[in-house]
Design a protein around this ligand. Structure first.
Ligand code: PHB
Length: 364
């Protein structure tokens, strides 16, 4: 008798999409693109090797030259970027996979040495904490320039343009990066947003930028737009005086848009050690979300199954395990031992860094 599949390995269908299982490959910065932001051949192979995921979400991809937080991360603002990404989407589709592009503006998490001498931009002229790798070594996050209203309108157009180019490149949808201390998160949280115009002040005003980006991107990709949020992340100096009220409001507002899902990042050990107020993001906000929920961060098979079977989440995204186990759904379903990747290979230095990237064995 054929045994029934566990719910984690069963498909899920949305209005627009048909996912073959509930395992999502989480967005992960790997830095193997060309210096001009074009996706590389190695990237097409890397994503194709992982096409058994129910959904792949790509690494964070710049929507404008000013959103350049890291060297060798890919872009999606010029037609050449769309052509290069087309090799990736065709490779994944040929292997039967689905792939969303994560679209990203890094805001104050950038440095003039990565921006042709220009200053990074942000809601307010307040530097984040931490360092970045510039072309000549480690640099601290500088004080960014405060965005004008005209510049804010331009960035919203850049997100829409990125979505248009993603469509041209053959992506099945896009994920808006609203997490991890980057631009949208900088608008949401009051540690980094001290504006007193239509985009700062109370919770509704701080959420306005996110809503305008979501509306513009959903107009391009209705039912195929996701958003990532990290209400408990403290990296790059993030924090808010009342994260419970803020993110409850954000979730409730998002219910009005034609989204594919909301993707929540759980706090990691360092967030908890730095005093993150919300200890369990999905348990806290699930009830406020009418969309499908993806849970991310620190899951193994047992915890993933528990979340799916109890209805706490609809999908679970895995990051690191997908680096070293390209066919992760198969490995988990059969209970095979997982390979571990050394953190030294997480980040590359351009298209030639295939070591620790495309060389993990694909077990079938
Ligand atoms: C994420 O989507 O979780 C993410 C992406 C890029 C980063 C950090 C986090 O640099």
């Amino acid at each position: 008798m054929e045994s029934k599949k566990e719910p984690l390995f069963e498909g899920v269908t949305t209005k627009e999409l048909n996912l073959k299982n509930r395992l999502v490959m989480a967005p992960m910065t790997r830095l193997r693109a060309h210096a001009d932001g074009k996706a590389s051949t190695a990237m097409a192979q890397y994503y194709q090797q992982r096409a058994t995921a129910g959904l792949i979400i790509t690494e964070a991809t710049m929507v404008s030259p000013l959103s350049h937080g890291y060297m060798f991360c890919p872009g999606i603002y010029a037609p050449e970027h769309a052509s290069a990404w087309r090799n990736v989407t065709e490779s994944v589709h040929a292997a039967g996979g689905l792939i969303f592009l994560q679209i990203w503006h890094s805001g104050r998490v950038a440095h003039p040495s990565l921006l042709d001498g220009l200053s990074p931009v942000a809601p307010s002229a307040l530097a984040g904490t931490g360092t970045l790798h510039g072309p000549s070594g480690k640099v601290s996050l500088p004080v960014p320039e405060e965005l004008s209203l005209a510049q804010i309108a331009e960035i919203i157009r850049e997100f829409a343009n990125a979505a248009e180019l993603a469509k041209l490149a053959g992506f099945d949808g896009v994920e808006i990066h609203g997490a991890f201390g980057y631009l949208i998160d900088q608008f949401l949280q009051d540690v980094s947003n001290k504006r007193n115009d239509a985009y700062g002040g109370d919770i509704a005003k701080r959420t306005r930028f996110l809503e305008e980006v979501v509306a513009a991107v959903c107009a391009v990709f209705p039912g195929r737009t996701g958003i990532k949020l990290s209400p408990a992340n403290t990296f790059y100096g993030m924090g808010d005086s009342d994260p419970m009220s803020l993110f409850k409001y954000v979730c409730q507002r998002l219910n009005q848009y034609d989204l594919a899902y909301v993707h929540f990042m759980e706090p990691n050990e360092s967030d908890l050690a730095s005093g993150a107020v919300i200890k369990n993001v999905v348990r806290t906000f699930r009830a406020d979300c009418n969309h499908l929920v993806i849970a991310n961060g620190g899951f193994d098979k047992a915890k993933a199954s528990e979340y799916i079977e109890s209805g706490l989440a609809d999908l679970i995204s895995f990051g690191r395990p997908f680096i070293s186990n390209p066919n992760l759904p198969y490995m988990l379903e059969l209970g095979l031992p997982l390979a571990e990747a050394s953190p030294t290979v997480f980040y590359g230095q351009g298209p030639e860094s295939v070591l620790g990237y495309t060389d993990f064995s694909v077990v079938n």
